[in-house]
Design a protein around this ligand. Structure first.
Ligand SMILES: [Zn+2]
Length: 82
């Protein structure tokens, strides 16, 4: 069974469907049982969605995910400086 750290690390790949099916199932099961990671997944999807809304046609999916990661990093850094 995956732990939370592994799950968070793979969340972007999970959304990007960039994982072998066995790993996707492992993540899916973890999301089923772990509320924290489910919230993280939801937040991540929202971030990707927000980025998509800002520039609907100019970016492909990969760039959107990169931007989402960047935004999350910025959020994290803002939080730690607070
Ligand atoms: Zn978890």
């Amino acid at each position: 069974m995956l732990n939370c750290k592994d799950t968070v690390t793979e969340t972007s790949n999970y959304i990007n469907k960039d994982l072998p099916i066995s790993k996707r199932i492992g993540l899916f099961l973890h999301f089923m049982i772990c509320r924290c990671c489910r919230n993280y997944l939801r937040q991540f999807e929202k971030t990707v969605e927000t980025v998509s809304l800002v520039k609907p046609s100019e970016l492909d999916k990969t760039n959107k995910l990169d931007l989402a990661r960047l935004l999350q990093q910025v959020n994290k850094e803002t939080g730690s400086n607070h």
